[in-house]
Design a protein around this ligand. Structure first.
Ligand code: PMV
Length: 327
């Protein structure tokens, strides 16, 4: 039996624009998904997920037939729950040259699903690490990131950047621009996360931005402007100027709003954070619902968010310098 875990992440800057080759700066946070893998003596996959969006479910299916699991929940929920694991196992079989390997898999996560905190990347990365180790192969974190990216591409119909998967495989703050992925220095960041209890459909939101960008010049220019903010943000992060960092996060949120990926609850939480004195606040991830990230060293933003209509949970999130690890 092998257990691996990987952290979730917030985007300080650059989501969506990163899909079009602009840089992005995500950073890993101390909320982890853990995946337990035990090799079977047949080629079946048995997936047990305790804490995902569905209230505990177990599915069993054969890799040969690739049949839809026989469970009493909608297919899209099943797809969300096991699609990434399935793709991760395909990558692990490929990496270890064992196309018929079967596994019992248990997923536990305290990262809200589909909420912009990188839950799917964390599950995918941890699953690849655990499954390959279970078969006696240890991959480098760069290889795991690359395979997790390919798994995400397969599940998200070709629309994914390397940002999430690289960040959660490596840990800490990273900079991703196209295929160029690297770790960057970051000071201790007073990160506060607000969660509206909902989720956005990453594929749909990315497709929406693509359509807007094709139709309107302003949208293409907005994507480029986000890139400019990221380049400034990197410098400011290196200098440790948190007030300026917060200002740039506010600008980034405004531009994401213009691209149509914010929502009433995300905007409410962003404004509640700013009114409470946060240095800056923005949505994180694909948007449409889910989480915001704010910077505030005091408890004021967290307290204000807890009283904000539409906010279901608010918590402090420390930067996690450790990426994927075996437990
Ligand atoms: O919501 P998340 O954590 O899946 O982040 C999506 C980030 C996008 O830039 C919108 C897409 C991507 O793959 O980079």
């Amino acid at each position: 039996m092998t257990v691996s875990s990987a952290p979730g992440k917030v985007y300080l800057f650059g989501e969506h624009a990163v899909v079009y080759g602009e840089p992005a700066v995500p950073c890993a946070i101390e909320r982890r998904a853990s995946v337990t893998v035990e090799a079977r003596d047949d080629d079946r996959l048995r997936v047990h997920a305790k804490d995902l969006s569905i209230d505990g479910f177990t599915v069993e299916y054969s890799s040969e037939t690739n049949a839809t699991p026989d469970v009493n929940v909608s297919e899209s929920l099943v797809r969300a729950g096991v699609g990434y694991i399935d793709a991760a196992i395909e990558q692990s079989r490929d990496a270890t040259d064992t196309p018929d390997a079967g596994f019992d898999i248990t997923v536990e996560s305290n990262i809200p699903l589909g909420a912009g905190l990188g839950s799917s990347a964390a599950v995918t990365v941890a699953a690849i690490d655990a499954a390959t180790r279970e078969l006696g192969v240890t991959l480098s974190s760069d290889e795991i990131a690359d395979r997790a990216y390919k798994a995400e591409l397969a599940v998200q119909d070709g629309e994914a950047s390397r940002a999430d998967t690289y960040c959660c495989a490596t840990g800490g703050a990273v900079r991703v621009e196209g295929d160029d992925c690297r770790s960057i220095e970051a000071p201790d960041l007073p990160i506060v996360v607000g969660f509206d209890g909902g989720a956005g459909d990453t594929g749909k939101l990315v497709a929406g931005v693509r359509a807007l960008r094709d139709e309107y010049d302003f949208a293409a220019e907005t994507v480029e402007s986000i890139g400019d903010i990221v380049r400034q943000g990197e410098q400011v992060l290196a200098d440790g100027d948190l007030d300026e960092l917060g200002k740039l996060m506010n600008f980034n949120h405004g531009l994401l709003e213009a691209l149509g990926v914010s929502s009433r609850s995300l905007d409410n939480m962003v404004w509640a954070a700013r009114d409470a004195g946060a240095m800056g606040a923005k949505l994180t991830g694909a948007g449409g619902g889910g989480c915001i990230v704010a910077l505030d060293p005091t408890d004021d933003t967290k307290t204000a968010l807890r009283f904000t209509p539409g906010c279901e949970d608010a918590f402090r999130a420390e930067l996690d310098t450790e990426g994927v690890r075996v437990e």
